[in-house]
Ligand binder design. Structure first.
Ligand code: NAP
Ligand code: ZN
Length: 356
């Protein structure tokens, strides 16, 4: 089809037409690959709790219609004339970012997620022209600059690699930032998509991992994933038993909760890193930090170089996601199950279901 002189690629998707509306089958148009672009035929897309926050406009300023999905894996179908790193047929991935300015201090440091001009997010954002909406991976294909395309190493199962593109890098990055090593005592809060990757990755780095969960029935799984300890956060005794015990806490809870009581589990100079992004703020007592020089920090996904490093690390250490594959048509049900913590441990959409 010709439109304003540019050939567009008609693409079947599942999209949210408005905030809180169920996702429905629809079509969008992708751009024809430019010189530096790759056209990716999508095989699988992971389902992140951030998809749900944004579809329900819980963070504000969501744009509709919205095609969510930023844990994209597939195969290269076509490359632009100047593409050097990819060939047709390569196994590739796309995470939360599809472009950035490439010249600011953050981009120069390979922290594209903090691009001073505002990185182009994979969906619910705009391209760097600040006009063209971006649309995500609940779709049959996507067109992305090769700089924002990742190589999926051979050792990884394609479907189980999809969640690494967000849940994997988001947990790998803070573990690296805090130099996690053998013998460190790491607490992981919330056993969902991010949480299960945090347990696997921290254990693979030699840490002694304690799972902190509201769901006692996840204990056996937590241990299989690599945790050596498990404590129910519904039991107030957990917070006294573990007081002053942990070097690092990775907090992945998606809903409002009391940070102060978790901070009490840190040893002096220990740090708690917020990854979960509840829409509502939470009160913080100064003494929760002052006593013991404790640190409270946040971390946002990772840059492209670190994401590739994480994928290569996962292949070398045989770390991948535990997944439940669903057809696209089950996405609304999957969201409801995520809301009640019923996901073991990442839904991954089989995009073949969109092609039927
Ligand atoms: P998820 O799979 O739904 O897991 C969240 C887990 O948190 C649940 O399985 C549950 O674990 C626990 N939880 C949920 N509601 C809770 C509540 N009210 N109180 C206590 N615990 C609760 O979600 P996800 O995909 O891992 O994402 C988690 C959060 O991280 C979301 O807010 C998401 O937007 C955010 N995120 C941030 C980044 C970043 O760059 N910082 C990247 C991706 C996602 P238990 O059953 O074990 O208690
Ligand atoms: Zn995500």
């Amino acid at each position: 089809m010709l439109e304003r002189g540019i050939r567009m690629l008609k693409t079947p998707v599942f999209a949210a037409p408005a905030a809180n509306a169920a996702l429905v089958a629809s079509t969008i148009e992708r751009r024809e690959p430019r010189a530096n672009d790759v056209l990716i035929e999508i095989d699988y897309c992971g389902v992140c709790h951030s998809d749900l926050h944004q579809v329900r406009d819980e963070w504000g300023a969501s744009k509709f219609p919205m095609v969510p999905g930023h844990e994209i894996v597939g195969r290269v179908k076509q490359v632009g004339a100047k593409v050097t790193r990819f060939q047709v047929g390569d196994r590739v991935g796309v995470g939360c970012l599809v472009d950035s300015c490439g010249t600011c201090a953050s981009c120069q440091r390979h922290h594209e997620q903090f691009c001073e001009k505002g990185a182009a997010m994979t969906y619910n954002g705009t391209e760097m022209d600040r006009v063209t909406p971006t649309q995500g991976g609940y779709a049959t294909q996507v067109v992305v600059d090769e700089k924002f395309t990742l190589k999926i190493p051979d050792g990884l199962d394609l479907a189980a690699a999809a969640p690494l593109l967000c849940a994997g890098i988001t947990t790998y990055s803070p573990l690296r930032q805090w130099n996690t090593k053998k013998g460190d005592r790491v607490g992981v809060v919330g056993l969902g998509g991010l949480g299960h990757m945090a347990v696997k990755l921290a254990a693979s780095m030699g840490a002694e991992v304690t799972m902190l969960s509201t769901s006692k029935n996840k204990e056996a799984d937590a241990r299989k994933l690599g945790a050596s300890g498990f404590a129910s956060t519904k039991d107030p005794a957990t917070f006294t038993k573990l007081a002053g015990q942990l070097d690092l806490i990775i907090d992945t809870i998606s809903a409002q909760h009391d940070y102060n009581q978790y901070l009490g589990m840190l040893r002096p100079y220990g740090a708690m890193v917020l990854l979960g992004a509840p829409p509502e703020p939470s009160p913080l007592a100064a003494f929760a930090l002052i006593m013991g020089n404790r640190r409270l920090a946040g971390s946002l996904i990772g840059g492209l170089a670190e994401t590739q490093e994480m994928l290569d690390y996962c292949a070398a250490h045989k770390v991948q996601s535990e997944i439940e594959i669903i057809p696209m048509q089950k996405i609304n049900e999957a969201y409801e199950r995520m809301l009640v913590g019923d996901v073991r441990y990442r839904f991954v959409i089989d995009i073949a279901s969109l092609r039927q």
